[in-house]
Design a binder for this molecule. Structure first.
Ligand code: ASP
Length: 334
């Protein structure tokens, strides 16, 4: 009997040590252009940027910085790239503006910061972190958020900095579809048809686990093409598109209205906390619920033991992970 127990625990130990512990995961949005439309060069460019972001975050963790620093450095790289719908590659609103949202949450003490509807802050994630650290508030919006960012000495750019040809053309295409009424009806919401052909989402997000075992999650986005009336999505809403506590960190991407109504990120954490569900089950059940409601998208989640899950119900999701040994994984399609 003793022998059996000894061998059983030995097998368990071997299996556990074979399991990779992840320290950081990122996403560059769900949806993605179809595989048939993805060129080799374009795919390589995405992979390269995602790797660069993962390496930057990993370096912070290796150097003993906390998970917020790791998330920030990864997201800043993605915000500065026109490939993603955040910062420089942000999509356009109906009236031709780039209006960005971002949020950060630190699991250790559940501190959080967010900004919404800003046009001139070069790196919205930095402003969200400044709100978390240097204000008594959680979410600032519009002009007030921009004034605060200036006072915090964050880099302010002219709104034209965010203009990109691809995103501008997406808006024109979508507006044309709107006038010809080629819109697809999904539940009580109307999904513009070109979302299905085009980039669709493209928000960026990161979750990191630092050497002290603390998790942080961050998300940054330009929202959805053709959004109107100062629409704000799920990304800056704590518990919807972004959430972290001592057990898990989550960042979402997808049709924000559904993530908000499903309180997606917090629901995953709650399933783990109150129902003892594991990470994968909690995340899958939540995304299934969003799908049932008529929404789509994906999310990334990392728990305190270094387990990850990255489910999505779209054609693809730009995503990547790095282990504590520095091994990088990047995937785009299913
Ligand atoms: N979730 C974002 C929003 O609704 C869009 C995205 O994921 O790209 O604002």
């Amino acid at each position: 009997m003793k022998k059996i127990l000894f061998f059983a625990s030995l097998i368990c130990a071997v299996l556990l040590s074979a399991q990779k512990k992840y320290v950081m995961i990122i996403h560059g949005g769900a949806g993605t252009i179809l595989k048939s439309k993805m060129t080799v060069e374009r795919e390589a460019a995405y992979r390269e940027k995602l790797s660069e972001a993962l390496k930057a975050g990993f370096e912070k963790i290796q150097n003993g910085n906390n998970s917020v620093e790791a998330v920030a450095s990864a997201i800043v790289i993605l915000e500065n790239s026109p490939l993603f719908n955040a910062g420089k590659g942000a999509v356009f609103t109906n009236d031709g503006k780039n209006e960005m949202d971002a949020a950060i949450m630190f699991g250790k003490d559940k501190s959080a910061g967010a900004i919404a509807g800003v046009h001139t802050i070069k790196n919205p994630i930095k402003a969200a972190i400044a709100v978390m650290r240097n204000s008594e508030h959680v979410m600032l919006s519009g002009e007030g958020a921009e004034k605060f960012a200036k006072e915090q000495n964050l880099e302010i750019v002219s709104p034209e900095y965010f203009w990109t040809k691809d995103r501008w053309e997406s808006l024109q295409k979508l507006k044309q579809k709107e006038t010809t009424k080629k819109l697809k009806k999904t539940s009580q919401y109307t999904l513009p048809e070109s979302y299905e052909i085009d980039q669709k989402f493209g928000t960026v997000g990161a979750v990191a686990l630092d050497k002290n075992g603390n998790l942080a999650a961050g998300t940054s986005t330009g929202g959805m093409t053709n959004k109107k009336y100062g629409r704000i999505g799920d990304a800056p809403i704590i518990g919807a598109g972004t959430y972290a506590d001592s057990q898990v960190g989550i960042s979402g991407t997808g049709w924000g209205e559904f993530f908000i109504r499903a309180t997606a990120a917090r629901t995953i954490a709650a399933k783990m906390e109150y129902q003892n569900k594991n990470l994968k089950t909690a995340a899958k059940e939540t995304l299934d619920e969003i799908e049932k409601m008529g929404g789509d998208g994906g999310l990334i989640a990392l728990d305190r033991d270094g387990n990850i899950t990255m489910p999505f119900n779209t054609a693809g999701m730009y995503r990547g992970a790095i282990t504590e040994d520095g091994e990088i994984f990047i995937e785009i399609f299913k």
